[in-house]
Design a protein around this ligand. Sequence first.
Ligand SMILES: NC(=O)c1ccc[n+]([C@@H]2O[C@H](COP(=O)([O-])OP(=O)(O)OC[C@H]3O[C@@H](n4cnc5c(N)ncnc54)[C@H](OP(=O)(O)O)[C@@H]3O)[C@@H](O)[C@H]2O)c1
Length: 507
Amino acid sequence: MSSSNPLRDAADRRLPRIAGPSGLVIFGVTGDLSRKKLMPAVYDLANRGLLPPGFSLIGFARRDWEDEDFAQVVHDSVKEHARTPFREEVWQQLIQGMRFVQGDFDDDAAFATLKSTIEELDKQQGTGGNFAFYLSVPPKFFPKVVQQLKKHGLADQKDGSWRRAVIEKPFGHDLKSAQELNQVVHEVFPPNEVFRIDHYLGKETVQNILALRFANTLFEPIWNRSYVDHVQITMAEDIGIGGRAGYYDGIGAARDVIQNHLLQLLALTAMEEPASFDAHALVAEKTKVLGAVRLPKDLGKETVRGQYAAGWQGGEQAVGYLQEDGIDPKSTTDTYAAVRLEIDNRRWAGVPFYLRTGKRLGRRVTEIAVVFQRAPHSPFDHTATEELGQNAIVIRVQPDEGITMRFGSKVPGTSMEIRDVSMDFAYGESFTESSPEAYERLILDVLLGDSNLFPRLEEVEQSWRILDPIEEYWDTHGKPAQYESGTWGPAEADEMLAREGRSWRRP
Ligand SMILES: NC(=O)c1ccc[n+]([C@@H]2O[C@H](COP(=O)([O-])OP(=O)(O)OC[C@H]3O[C@@H](n4cnc5c(N)ncnc54)[C@H](OP(=O)(O)O)[C@@H]3O)[C@@H](O)[C@H]2O)c1
């Protein structure tokens, strides 16, 4: 929130947000997420001078490693995946606070070692007792790890210090399990010390939705049912499940992506302006709009699930989902999901929001397309506007981050012919600084105790309220439609829009 002193506000904007004395414990530190995203993000923050000098990083996993082995793994992961250049002096400082604790989540002795390691780092590194526990572990272990933290007094906040829990997605498997997990977590950590990760909210392009809508006068007057025909929110991946069969099978695309990332994008696109940008005001508006989402009346017609079959992708042959290693050949898990939702409020009544996600689609792309109605009257000959589509504002979340506006323009020549053209804003052209990775921003916010970019339980509950009936319907009705790898999903998804005279974008 801004202060009432304009001089201080001016200074605040220029001051980088630097974390105070603190440390981070990563459970599951040998995992994929930790190696590719978390460890590099810690280094990038240190390199940008945003971590305190005595910052400490403790890794916890079952491998028989010494501190030196752990440091080597962090080093390799930083060299391979960090965003900013490697600087020896930054590394040498970071390594001072690096420790590894070996153990299983059941192992009381390991948690006792973790406790003494934290106490030792408090003395040596001046971490002040402030530690965040990052649960980068398979979701079934979330309750166990949290309970162990309580049992060993690791969640106790003493003498003004803080202890925080960072919980990876998915937060629950449905509404009931999300509420149960929440109960376990809140028995140990107070609500304001719990940070649920939806890394999409850490992306610059996602935060920019708020800037686009609420810092400008150009867009908000037309951001409603009077002008918008429909909204398409897409997260398409070109890869298959890779080595993540154990995680993915039984979860599927809708739980993995729609429940969190896509419904968060919907909330930011559709919500009313918050009274301020503090966490409470934002959560209030996001929860309100998610609460106004109406479930499809006809789940058979307004939802589609699919499963990738063999095909060609990027010049290579790809196997179908049911042939992937570790997948039950009779699996009915969705690798593609599309839903049509409406929002029952004055701004959006009657405007469809089409959400889709899938693996092994034509291209890797995440975007929000706000598609506008056609002009109510055209003074031009029919032939002049044959090639004119609908106006659109497309927020390109990733890759090729930016915003495109599409509108009609006269084709140069002696006759009146109107065709679609695009006006582009690209991050790479407008700004010299590269965007921080989402995990950099989120880890820094955890250390600062800033919860704006973390979904609250109310939002998670609303998302499961939307998804649960869809999953239940799918469980009892048929199988996912097959689609060829490298295409844009099952024909049923195209039919869903064609019935309403619309079509999916082919980004
Ligand atoms: N990978 C991604 O890109 C991604 C994206 C979004 C969310 N997530 C979420 O992030 C979390 C981690 O994902 P991940 O892909 O990194 O998982 P992962 O590669 O399967 O890693 C799991 C980690 O948990 C540890 N572990 C498992 N069982 C243990 C036990 N009984 N005791 C102690 N340690 C144990 C493993 O350590 P050992 O070395 O001891 O086996 C390993 O470090 C999950 O909640 C996932 O849903 C991941």
